[in-house]
Design a protein around this ligand. Sequence first.
Ligand code: 3NM
Length: 219
Amino acid sequence: MARIAKKDMRDLLRLYFIMGSNNCQTDPLHVLEQAIKGGISLFQFREKGNAAFSGEEKYHFAHELQNICKKHMIPFIINDDVELALAINADGVHIGQDDESAEAVRRKIGDKILGVSTHNLLEVEKAIAEGADYVGIGPIYSTTTKEDAKTAQGTKLILEVRNKGINVPIVGIGGITSENAAPVMKSGGNGVSVITAISLAADPAKSARELKRIIDLIG
Ligand code: 3NM
């Protein structure tokens, strides 16, 4: 296996759905099925918060979500749990700035997909140097989903990275909906990453479809 090609990574980032049990008010397995039906291109399992599963329960829940992704050929990424990603042979890992270094994670996961959350140019450059396949940039808009989210920064950093000629695959995150997704793509993002716009939507398939329509309009 080789590291994912940039072009393939960009295609996967177009509509990147992230979810854990705390992000849903209905059955998460059903929400994921619906999100896939609506056209998501990549999925991240992010099990955080008070009542989050851990241990065996987390393992089994991850496995169930992974099976749905496998059935529909949607790559399955795990947030911040390298051991779990290796144990269930996930397609990749996503880490933040407070987790283990990208360099250390890259050594452990070989050629699996590696994504890193970044909030300034230095973090973007470091993530690339340490082996990230893509960077998440956020929060673009204000969000209440992530408890320790930083102040919303709009598309400023995406523009800054592109103006420097850096061609790393970029996904924007934070408060993104179909109403405000367009600027993320227009400023040089390769996709949008959302939690609540899909996980809490009355009709997750419809919400995903609408996001995809906006993204596809821009190119
Ligand atoms: N990371 P929603 S913002 C998981 O800025 C996450 O790095 C962020 O959730 C960052 O789509 C965020 O519901 C939460 O706003 C995104």
